[in-house]
Write a protein that binds this ligand. Sequence first.
Ligand SMILES: [Zn+2]
Length: 134
Amino acid sequence: MKPVRLTHEFVHYIPEKLDTGVLYVSLPFTTVIHLCCCGCGSQVVTPLSPTDWRLTFDGASISLNPSIGNWSYPCQSHYWIRDSMVHWAERWTPRQIEAARARDGRSDQRQSTPQRGWPRLARFVQRMRRWLRQ
Ligand SMILES: [Zn+2]
């Protein structure tokens, strides 16, 4: 996938309508939200905390650590945001996703918070996977 340059906006509340390619940073709510960089339009919420994401702002560009793994979304995209540029990572296999989930809290990869609607689907998919393995 081709490189994507992001812009950012510091906001108090997250706006209702989000624009593609914009990182909305809410310091009062210690949250960053953006539309998935693959273009699928899913809202990706990355809470900022010592155990979630770290935001680096150098006065001009923004970096988020660790990487953003949207495996609760249909696109399952995975990327880093460094200096306001999207660096695409490899698409994860279900095995890698499970391994990352098992290591959650200690791993370099974290899962973004699914927005309403998707958690139920994600749980359903998880149940199906478990059922298929039996
Ligand atoms: Zn996507």
